[in-house]
Design a protein around this ligand. Structure first.
Ligand code: HEC
Length: 194
C-alpha cells in the first residue's frame, strides 16, 4: 500500500467514525445482540450492564480484545455508518440515548439511574481509528466520567447543573477530536440550556 492510499484510507475511516449528522434512530431497551443482527444496530440500555464494583479494569492501559463486535474488521452494522460502527462509536450512541432518558428523569424531578457501568467503557472500547485512543483522549474521558459520576450521585435539586457538566464533558472532547457530533451533543441540553 503506498502512502497516498494510506492517507486516503485514513480519511475515509475518520469520516466514517465521526459523521456530520448524528441523529439517533435508536430505540432503547432492545437486547444487546449487536454483532450479527441483520436489523439496524440498536443501543443497549444501561440496565443490562453489570455493577461497577464487579467490573474488570478499564483504563488507557487495558488491552482491547481482537475480534469482538466493533473491533477492526468486525464493525457493527449500522444505518448511520455505512462502513459499520466501531465499539466506541456504538457506545457514543448508547450514551446519547441514555442521556435522553436521564434528561427526561431530571425534567420529572426524579433521580438519574446508574450510568457509569456503561459509560466507563469509553476508556477501553475499540475506536474506528486506533490512534484516537491516546493520552489526550483518555484525559478528556476521565474528566467526563467524573462529571457522569457526579450526575448519578446528584440529588434531584442538583441534577440539572450536573447534567449540563456531563454535556460540557462530551463537548470538550469533541472540540479536540470530532467536531461533527457537537450539534448532537447540544441537542441533549435541557430546555433551561443546562
Ligand atoms: C473523551 C472523548 C469523548 C467524549 C467524552 C465523548 N466523545 Fe463522542 N466521540 C469521540 C470519538 C473519538 C468519536 C469517534 C468514535 C469512533 O468512530 O470510533 C466519537 C463519536 C461520537 C458520535 C458519532 C458516533 C457514530 O455513530 O459514528 C457521537 C454522536 C458522539 N460521539 C456523541 C457524544 C456524546 C453525546 C457524548 C457525551 C455523552 C460524547 N460523544 C462524549 C470522543 C468523545
Amino acid at each position: 500500500m503506498n502512502g497516498n492510499h494510506s492517507a486516503w484510507l485514513f480519511f475515509v475511516l475518520l469520516a466514517a467514525g465521526c459523521p456530520q449528522s448524528a441523529t439517533p434512530t435508536a430505540t432503547p431497551a432492545q437486547p444487546a445482540t449487536l454483532a450479527q443482527a441483520p436489523a439496524p444496530a440498536t443501543v443497549n440500555a444501561a440496565q443490562s450492564a453489570a455493577p461497577t464494583d464487579s467490573e474488570p479494569p478499564c483504563t488507557l492501559q487495558t488491552a482491547l480484545t481482537p475480534g469482538i463486535p466493533g473491533s477492526p474488521g468486525h464493525l457493527i452494522p449500522s444505518p448511520l455508518n455505512p462502513n459499520g460502527s466501531s465499539e466506541l462509536a456504538q457506545l457514543m450512541r448508547t450514551m446519547q440515548a441514555e442521556l435522553k432518558l436521564a434528561r427526561a428523569a431530571i425534567e420529572r424531578g426524579e433521580k438519574v439511574g446508574p450510568l457509569l457501568p456503561t459509560f466507563r467503557k469509553i476508556r477501553c472500547s475499540w475506536p474506528t481509528t486506533a490512534t484516537d485512543r491516546n493520552a489526550a483522549f483518555d484525559g478528556y474521558a476521565q474528566s467526563y466520567l467524573a462529571a457522569v459520576k457526579a450526575l448519578q450521585e446528584a440529588p434531584p435539586a442538583e441534577a440539572a447543573k450536573a447534567y449540563g457538566r456531563v454535556l460540557d464533558g462530551c463537548r470538550a472532547c469533541h472540540e479536540q477530536s470530532c467536531g461533527g457530533a457537537i450539534p448532537a451533543i447540544e441537542a441533549l441540553r435541557l430546555p433551561s440550556g443546562r
